[in-house]
Design a protein around this ligand. Structure first.
Ligand SMILES: C[S@@+](CC[C@H](N)C(=O)[O-])C[C@H]1O[C@@H](n2cnc3c(N)ncnc32)[C@H](O)[C@@H]1O
Length: 254
């Protein structure tokens, strides 16, 4: 998963999506920003560049393994601002109320069993007037060309339902922020698009195929045929994959 996050982080369309979201949240120089579920630190490294020397970035993740990778990969960034990386559960953040100007969670909510607990905690540690921002894909809105449409839906929806507590989290983000008491909630919908089967997309589809076999959704021969279907479309210049990304931000009342 760590290698996958780094590969996704480097993919040009993903870089654009992430940075558009950070502009939408209006992360400014000098701010104290928390990222919940920081993984290997892809977003942390962007945040360091945005808050600058006078700012502070704190990344937390529930996985000790991920944080170990993040510490290595963010070593250079740690020289450019105050940066802390620590193991913590988003549902029980080890910070005082009002500690941050902004709290963000990027492609995390879909992994969480009770998202309200995490969003409420994010709101608690944000200062009055500060922002809480969430960005997630929505695996109910993946459009991909393939000669066997029913098989494609069965694999993509079936695997997503197995691996994510909430595969349709993207569309729920504004509602979650409002339910946590945030005000002035805004939504920005963006689209990841690939027409050439870039390395990250290829790995994404291969892993979906492997998992479909593991979860008993299809047999190995069907998964192989499904993956070959994409290669054929790329050769014809007819491959398209899009995934909707939803970014939502709200302000904590003063
Ligand atoms: C898909 S990764 C996203 C990493 C990073 N935000 C990015 O966009 O590259 C999701 C991360 O959320 C973490 N995570 C999941 N549930 C969490 C929770 N309750 N508290 C903290 N981290 C959590 C996982 O360990 C994983 O590293």
């Amino acid at each position: 998963m760590a290698a996958g996050l780094e590969a996704r982080g480097r993919t040009a369309t993903q870089v654009r999506l992430r940075r558009r979201f950070l502009r939408f949240v209006r992360v400014r120089p000098g701010e104290r920003v928390l990222e919940v579920g920081c993984g290997t630190g892809v977003v942390v490294r962007d945040l360091v560049g945005l808050v600058g020397r006078r700012g502070e970035v704190v990344g937390v993740d529930a996985s000790r393994l991920m944080l170990g990778k993040a510490r290595t990969l963010c070593r250079e960034s740690a020289r450019r601002t105050r940066l802390t990386l620590r193991v913590a559960d988003g549902a029980r953040l080890p910070f005082a109320a009002g500690r941050f100007d902004a709290a963000l969670a990027i492609t995390v909510i879909l992994h969480v069993i009770d998202p309200m607990l995490v969003v409420r905690e994010m709101a608690r540690v944000t200062r009055p007037g500060g922002r809480v921002g969430l960005q997630d894909q929505d695996f109910g809105v993946v459009a991909v060309t393939h000669p066997e449409r029913e098989l494609t839906d069965r694999i993509l929806h079936g695997v997503a339902a197995h691996i994510y507590p909430e595969p349709h989290s993207g569309r729920r983000l504004p509602g979650l922020l409002r339910a946590a008491g945030l005000e002035g909630v805004r939504l920005q919908t963006d689209v990841f698009q690939d027409t050439t089967l870039e390395p990250w997309t290829k790995t994404f589809l291969e892993r979906r195929g492997e998992r479909a076999v593991r979860f008993g959704i299809v047999d190995a021969a069907t998964a192989r045929r499904w993956l070959d279907g994409f290669t054929h479309l790329v050769a014809q210049g007819a491959f398209v994959l899009t995934i909707n990304y939803y970014g939502a931000v709200g302000t904590k009342s003063r």
